[in-house]
Design a protein around this ligand. Sequence first.
Ligand code: ZN
Ligand code: ZN
Length: 292
Amino acid sequence: MNLSSDWHIHSAASCDEACLQIADLVLEAPAQGIQDFGVTDHIHTPCNLPDLAASRRAFLAVRPSPRFHFGVEVSCVSQWELDEIATGRHENPVYGLRDGGPAGGALAIGVTADDLQAHGVEYVVGGAHWPMYVPFERKAVIRDYHRQNMFLATHPLVTIIAHPWWWMGHWQNAQGMYLAEPWFDSFKVIPQSMHAEFADAVITHGKVVEINVQAILFNPQYPEHFRLEYMDYLARLHARGVVFSVGSDCHSAHYDIQHEVPFARAADMLATVGIHDHDLWRLPARKGGKVI
Ligand SMILES: [Zn+2]
Ligand SMILES: [Zn+2]
C-alpha cells in the first residue's frame, strides 16, 4: 500500500528555510503517486500575510489542476502578541513574540475569515509550534499543548490539526536528540483523558487530525520507541472515529517521498494499526477545475 495524498507542503514562499518551487512540486508529486495535495505555507501572525500572497501567486502561476489545492499552515499564537504586533512597535516579528506574554492568556491564530477568502485558501492546517509563555516544566508544557490542541480543534477556521504533540526547541541533548522531557522518555506522561477530550472535540467539530510523516513519524531527533507509542496514540484516536489526513511537511528544494520522507514506510506502519489510504481525508477536486 502507499499513500496518495499530501496536505502539508511548504514552498519557497514560506518564512522559514523551505525552498520548493511550486512549478517543481506539481511535476514531482504526481510522479510519485500523489494524486491530491496542497501547498501550506506558514502564517504565524499577520506579519506573514505577504508570504501567503506570494504563495498564492506561485500557485496560480502553474495553472493548478483541480486536484492541487491552496491551503495555509497557521500557528497557534496568543491574542496578546497579535495586539502587541498591531501597535507597530515590534520590528519584523516573523515568529510572533515568543517571550513576555501571559501564560494561560487567550489563544488566537494570525488570519481572519476575510484573509482566507481574499487569498483563495481552501483549507487551514493549524498547529501548536511553541509553548505559550509557560515555564519549561513537563506538566506545564503538556497542559499548555493540550490547551492549544483543544483551541485548534474547536476553531471555526481550522480544517486540520497539524502534528499533535510535535516538539522542538528545548530539552535537546548534545547530539540534538529529544530523549526525555517533555514526552520522549514515555508518551504515557500525557494523560489518556487529554487524548479522549481531544478526540471528542475533533469529532464534534468535524475536524481532521494530521499524521505528519517527516516531523513526527520519521523525525530523526525523536527516539524509536516514541514512534511506536505514537502509533498506539493514532490507533486509539482511530478507534474513537477520528479522521486523519497525511502530511509530509516537506521543506526541501524538491518533493521526495521516496527517500527523504518515506511515505511507503509510513503507509506500512499505519496499516499495522488499521489506518489505510482509503480511510484518509482528502479534499475533492475543484468543481469545473476552476480556482476559487
Ligand atoms: Zn507545523
Ligand atoms: Zn509545516
